[in-house]
Design a protein around this ligand. Structure first.
Ligand SMILES: [Fe+2]
Ligand SMILES: [Fe+2]
Length: 282
């Protein structure tokens, strides 16, 4: 298992340093990622709780250490994305806190309705999503260049850590006897709910920018995501691999990719060294 350190970072973003259309200088692309960021803090809190609920059933000391690293990393992501989401309010998205609250009450319902093991399966499914997106961002130079330099470090750091801890929830699920049928049926359900939640949040933000009812303002963005270059369509094989009975997140070997990004961001002359206060090794 790869090392999963908790890096205590602080990006200290300010509304003045981040352009309102910070991704591709385009309101569609920017509101898409803003919507994703709005889902992170509550979503990641859910991930942490679903793993924590099973921690006492895990006996492998290496996996226990990995859980601690996972919890530390997700807590930091929540904190920094919350700060980023605050910045959205300053950029005129007054409804951002409402979207966060709606998600919070929805996840409260999910916790009530689903048994703990299925909640953990939801986390495994969403961790597969974040791992796919993270790997795409770390591999695709063009995608990274679309992000304004003020915000790029936040997304790169998050992507690196999502990739580092991509197997933790899955390994806990397996260790506590989680089975195939539950894993794949929850993946199907989660896919629908995730895309619906993302679309609702995105539509709200697009409405604020007054582009929701102007398809000529976002048709190109939809094309880029699904047709050419098809950022999402290209992820389809990786998505489908989750349905193989013997699937494991480490089947996709990202070790050398991670080693090079760890060096670039946090190595001796890492670009993010001035934003890190502590690195807690597990
Ligand atoms: Fe995260
Ligand atoms: Fe994660």
């Amino acid at each position: 298992m790869v090392m999963i350190p908790r890096r205590d970072v602080e990006f200290g973003l300010s509304p003045e340093s981040v352009p309102r259309d910070w991704c591709s200088r385009d309101p569609f692309d920017t509101t898409f990622l803003n919507a994703l960021s709005l889902l992170f803090p509550e979503g990641e809190r859910f991930f942490v709780e679903s793993v924590k609920q099973h921690k006492n059933q895990v006996t492998d000391p290496e996996l226990v250490r990995a859980i601690t690293g996972f919890i530390g990393q997700e807590a930091m992501h929540g904190k920094e994305h919350r700060a980023f989401n605050e910045l959205m309010i300053a950029h005129g998205y007054a409804e951002a806190p409402r979207i966060d609250r709606k998600l919070k009450s929805f996840l409260k319902l999910v916790r009530k309705v689903l048994p703990p093991k299925s909640q953990l399966a939801v986390t495994c499914a969403l961790e597969h999503f974040t791992a796919m997106l993270a790997e795409a961002l770390l591999r695709d130079d063009r995608m990274r260049r679309e992000m304004h330099e003020s915000v790029r470090p936040l997304w790169l750091w998050h992507a690196l850590e999502e990739s580092e801890h991509k197997a933790v929830a899955f390994d806990v699920y397996t260790a506590v006897g989680g089975g195939y049928a539950r894993r794949v049926s929850i993946m199907l359900l989660t896919t629908i709910v995730f895309f619906a939640a993302q679309a609702i949040a995105h539509a709200r933000l697009m409405a604020t920018r007054k582009i929701l009812w102007k398809p000529w303002r976002w048709g190109g963005g939809v094309m880029r995501l699904w047709i050419y270059p098809g950022f999402f369509t290209r992820l389809l094989p990786a998505y489908l691999s989750y349905f193989r009975p013997g699937f494991h997140p480490d089947d996709r070997d990202t070790r050398s990719l991670l080693a090079s990004w760890r060096e670039r961001l946090f190595g001796d002359s890492g670009s993010l060294n001035d934003r890190v206060r502590v690195i807690a090794q597990q």
